[in-house]
Design a protein around this ligand. Structure first.
Ligand SMILES: [Zn+2]
Length: 229
C-alpha cells in the first residue's frame, strides 16, 4: 500500500480496490496481560494492545456514509507485544500524559500532534493478513477491508497501565475489545514478499503486485484517541 501525505492522508495499493483517506485512529486494550486486549488474534494469541487506523474510500465523506458500501472502509490493525521497553512513538506520547487525558466525558479525545505515518506503522509493511470483515464497534457494519500487520510493536507495562486507567463516562475503562468472531466462511489471506514473488512469477491476474508500497511523508494529522465500548 502507498501512503501519501498532505492535507488528506491517502493510502492505496496492496489489496485495496481504491484510494482511501485517513479518518481517525484509536486503541483497544484489556484489563491485564493474561486476558489481552487486541481484537485480532494470531495463532489464537491475543495481544495486550491493538491500534486501528481507519480510512474511508475517497468516494465517501464520512465513516458512517462509507460504512453503507462494501469496501467503503479500510482499517489497518497494528498489534503490540508486552516488553520492558516500548517502541511506538504515539503510544509513548499518549502514555506520557497524566490524568488529564485519562478522565473525560466525551466519547473521544482529539490529540493534535504532527505525525509521520511511517513512524506509527511497522517496518515490515509487506507482511500482513487481510480479509473482508466488519467494524468492531456498535453497528458492526460489514464490508470493511482489514489489513493486520504481522510485525508487532512493543508496549511496556507502564504504557498499558495508562490505557487501563482511562476513565470514561461510566467509570474505569479497563477493557474495550470485542470477542473474537466466527470467520463465517470468510477467507483470511496472508500476504508476504515471498508469496508476492510467487504470484508475480505465475503472473497475478491483476498484473499488480500484492505488496505494500509506502511513500514517506511528514504531515500533520489528527489522531483521535477514541474510547469505544
Ligand atoms: Zn477498533
Amino acid at each position: 500500500m502507498t501512503f501519501v501525505g498532505g492535507v488528506k492522508q491517502q493510502m492505496y495499493g496492496g489489496t485495496l480496490p481504491g484510494v482511501y483517506v485517513f479518518k481517525q485512529l484509536h486503541f483497544h486494550w484489556g484489563p491485564n496481560n493474561t486476558v489481552g486486549g487486541s481484537e485480532h488474534t494470531i495463532d489464537g494469541k491475543r495481544a495486550p494492545l491493538e491500534m486501528h487506523v481507519v480510512y474511508v474510500n475517497e468516494k465517501y465523506g464520512t465513516v458512517s456514509e462509507a460504512a453503507k458500501h462494501p469496501g467503503g472502509i479500510a482499517v489497518l490493525g497494528i498489534l503490540f507485544k508486552n516488553a520492558e521497553a516500548s517502541s511506538h512513538p504515539l503510544v509513548g506520547f499518549i502514555a506520557g500524559f497524566g490524568p488529564e487525558l485519562q478522565k473525560f466525558d466525551a466519547p473521544e479525545l482529539v490529540v493534535k500532534k504532527p505525525l509521520a505515518i511511517q513512524s506509527i506503522l511497522p517496518h515490515a509493511l509487506n507482511n500482513y493478513y487481510t480479509y473482508k470483515g466488519s467494524l468492531t464497534t456498535p453497528g458492526c457494519q460489514e464490508g470493511v477491508i482489514w489489513t493486520v500487520f504481522e510485525e508487532h510493536f512493543k508496549v511496556s507495562n507502564r504504557e498499558l497501565e495508562f490505557f487501563r486507567n482511562v476513565e470514561g463516562k461510566h467509570g474505569l475503562l479497563t477493557s474495550n475489545f470485542r470477542p473474537v468472531q466466527k470467520t463465517n466462511g470468510r477467507t483470511v489471506s496472508y500476504v508476504s514478499p515471498a508469496q508476492t514473488a510467487a504470484q508475480t512469477s505465475k503472473g497475478s491476474p491483476s498484473g499488480k503486485s500484492a505488496g505494500i508500497f509506502f511513500i514517506a511523508f511528514t504531515g500533520s494529522l489528527i489522531a483521535l484517541f477514541a474510547i469505544v465500548k
